[in-house]
Design a protein around this ligand. Structure first.
Ligand SMILES: Nc1nc2c(ncn2[C@@H]2O[C@H](COP(=O)(O)OP(=O)(O)OP(=O)(O)O)[C@@H](O)[C@H]2O)c(=O)[nH]1
Length: 404
């Protein structure tokens, strides 16, 4: 029994000694002074110490005591690795690309917007046509409403004549709205080919040249078209041939970056034709589907414009056919826009019109006027400053938006 007592006391003493020892060691660790930053012997070039948890693999702890200065001691202080050390840089994250809006949701959204901006025209016409008596005053009101919406004199006359005849012949039971819709659709001309020619022949890219006066929305339109094409899985190169204005080149570069489309650019003031040429050259080399070329639209005189745009087109066509020449017109400029349209169409063979800023004006009638004037279809309409605010033009949908 006495032996057992001695054994138990001995074990107890050993346990107490062990516990005291452990507590003392922990206390020393806790109280250890922080690792001092090594003295900067390199005259302020010392890189700041990174917190331990930010160190990369390969960094070693505990030996940064200022003794690791390379012999020469002239640069920043670095550790001398004992063996080959690979410092893995975190992979540079790829820039996040925009996902352009798909066709269906874009169309629904933009048709509603078109309705909001242009609905007044249709509603105004319907209100007059629904009067009990359509006297001369009523027909004059109809004419005024159409002229205010920039439809133009001749188309207005044609529409009024057709409506008068039909309503007289078809009598009181006629669905006025249906007659008006039919006549407006005829005026906008649903038979015109509005497809955008963005594909080339013989394995070459389609080339779309975008022209128009400054501020009409050319650069924005080029950016928006590129997004539509990207959404359709087509490959694109942009040519920033508006070398007159450095900001336009930057603007286009940003549009390209957002959807991962390369932008060919030249120095400010360089020859727009050479930028167009290089863009198409790159498009051919990369086997892309479409090259979109933005141009400068200085209208200081027709001869200068003709020289510049004519040369851009000629030079590009040494490599590939220009499949589409889009004239961008600002819908808010009314008759002024029509004058510009005429000048451009005399200078280059315009194959399609883009009417921008239809969201900001109730002058949708310009669609009819400009098509009549140039004999060229409106192919796209701009309905806002958002990146996906561009819609293909469709005569029926346009008239439906007018009628609300
Ligand atoms: N509300 C509205 N604004 C538009 C539309 N299209 C373009 N804009 C705006 O119009 C302004 C001029 O557009 P740009 O694309 O720079 O015009 P540009 O013709 O290229 O002009 P330059 O670069 O000077 O040749 C910008 O503020 C655009 O955001 C549109 O459909 N609706």
């Amino acid at each position: 029994m006495g032996e057992w007592l001695y054994l138990v006391i001995g074990i107890g003493v050993l346990a107490v000694v062990a516990i005291v020892g452990l507590v003392a060691t922990a206390g020393r660790r806790r109280g250890a002074p922080p690792v001092e930053a090594p003295e900067d012997r390199a005259g302020g070039l010392l890189a700041p110490e990174r917190p331990v948890d930010e160190r990369r693999p390969g960094d070693r702890d505990g030996d940064r005591d200022g003794e690791d200065v390379p012999a020469g001691g002239t640069g920043t202080l670095t550790e001398v690795p004992e063996g080959p050390v690979t410092i893995e840089e975190p992979p540079t994250p790829a820039p996040e690309l925009d996902r352009p809006e798909g066709t269906q949701s874009r169309l629904v959204r933009l048709r509603q917007r078109l309705s909001r901006s242009q609905g007044g025209l249709g509603r105004g016409l319907l209100a007059i046509l629904s009067r009990d008596r359509l006297d001369e005053d009523a027909w004059e009101d109809i004419e005024d409403t159409l002229l205010t919406a920039d439809i133009g004199v001749a188309p207005t006359q044609q529409l009024v004549d057709n409506l008068r005849t039909r309503l007289r012949v078809e009598g009181g039971a006629t669905d006025v709205r249906a007659v008006l819709r039919e006549e407006l659709v005829t005026l906008v001309d649903p038979t015109m080919d509005r497809t955008l020619k963005v594909s080339g022949a013989d394995g070459k890219p389609g080339v779309v040249l975008v022209v128009g006066v400054n501020g009409a929305g050319k650069t924005t339109t080029v950016g928006k078209i590129s997004r539509i094409l990207v959404a359709q899985d087509r490959s694109v190169v942009l040519g920033a041939a508006d070398t007159f204005r450095a900001a336009a080149v930057e603007q286009l570069a940003t549009w390209g970056e957002r959807v991962g489309v390369p932008v060919v650019r030249g120095p400010e003031g360089s020859d727009p034709a050479s930028v167009g040429f290089e863009a198409v050259k790159q498009g051919i080399a990369d086997c892309v589907d479409t090259v979109l070329v933005d141009t400068a639209g200085r209208l200081q005189n027709k001869a200068g414009l003709m020289d510049e745009l004519g040369k851009v087109k000629r030079v590009i066509e040494k490599q590939a056919e220009v499949t589409e020449v889009l004239l961008v017109l600002d819908a808010t400029t009314g008759q002024n826009g029509m004058v510009q349209a005429r000048v451009f169409s005399e200078v280059v063979d315009v194959t399609g019109i883009v009417l921008t800023k239809l969201d900001g004006s109730a002058k949708g009638g310009i669609v009819v006027a400009v098509q009549r004037e140039l004999g060229v279809p409106v192919k796209l309409v701009g309905l806002g400053e958002g990146p996906d605010d561009l819609a293909p033009f469709d005569a029926g949908a346009f008239v439906d938006a007018l009628l609300g």
